[in-house]
Design a protein around this ligand. Structure first.
Ligand SMILES: Nc1nc2[nH]c(O)nc2c(=O)[nH]1
Length: 264
């Protein structure tokens, strides 16, 4: 029996704000999340650029997984990191082991300079898993909803299934799968939101509950999977001017609702 059962922990939350949050999210829905992912999120563009330049679906998908598991403690904005990744490997595709290519890449990176030894260690652990995968197996992970992918990466790295980089790898693989296979597979409700600094700070406006638990509940109540909620929130919370311009250009009337979320 855990201590939680003895302590009556009721998270404090701002009910009015949470109620409006749910109304806005429900009105936007998964369709709008998809539009933001594909037309507004600069990370999606970075992946499209890499895919075009590599001309190799299998390598592309594996690089996206590798990059996701070292996407933490960045020294710049996530959008800039994914573009740095895209440009670097467009010009210098790895010819051998991916972790070795990262030793060189991270030593010159502007946006991912911290904890480099630990990040290379994670990539070394991931390497046999990536090497073992064929393009058909990667396709199967994608078309079956990516839960097995999450479980297999978590086991390989010895991480929790809800760890930020694990669920984030699923998010980015969802982008990459769409680009490589030309088919949209929605994220499933059981995969948690990546609990990064942006999402964590935003969650505090509504509740003192753990972000992952809070967004899992909001996901159930709005029927929008947490990773799609992340896609609605994350780009606009970054406040990049280019993102705001794209939002106005591609989301029409719904841009106002999305911007309202940033003011809650
Ligand atoms: N929650 C999210 N965290 C991120 N970090 C990063 O580099 N990209 C993301 C993202 O899309 N969501």
């Amino acid at each position: 029996m855990t201590l939680d059962r003895f302590i009556n922990f009721t998270p404090k939350e701002n009910r009015e704000k949470v109620s409006r949050l749910k109304e806005v999210l429900s009105e936007l829905g998964v369709d709008c999340a998809r539009r933001i992912e594909e037309r507004v999120d600069l990370q999606f563009d970075a992946l499209r650029n890499l895919h075009k330049n590599l001309g190799n679906d299998e390598l592309f998908l594996k690089l996206v997984l590798a990059n996701s598991v070292v996407s933490y403690q960045l020294s710049g904005k996530g959008e800039d990191w994914w573009w740095e990744f895209s440009r670097y490997f467009s010009g210098k595709p790895p010819e051998g082991e991916i972790w070795k290519a990262y030793s060189e890449f991270l030593s010159s990176s502007r946006t991912n300079r911290r904890l480099v030894a630990g990040k290379i260690g994670r990539l070394k652990k991931l390497e046999p898993f990536l090497t073992s995968l064929s393009l058909d197996e990667l396709r199967e992970y994608y078309t079956r909803g990516m839960v097995k992918l999450r479980d297999d990466i978590a086991r390989t790295l010895g991480s929790k299934k809800s760890a930020k980089t694990i669920v984030f790898a699923v998010k980015m693989f969802g982008y990459a799968g769409r680009i490589a296979f030309g088919e949209f597979v929605p994220y499933t409700i059981e995969i948690e939101i990546p609990d990064d600094v942006r999402i964590n700070a935003y969650t505090r406006r509504f509740t003192d509950e753990k972000p992952v638990l809070f967004w899992a509940r909001i996901a159930r109540e709005t029927e929008i999977p947490p990773l799609h909620i992340d896609s609605i929130l994350w780009p606009v919370l970054g406040g990049k001017k280019e993102v705001l311009r794209r939002l106005e250009r591609h989301c029409g009337e719904r841009a106002k609702l999305i911007l309202e979320l940033t003011k809650l």
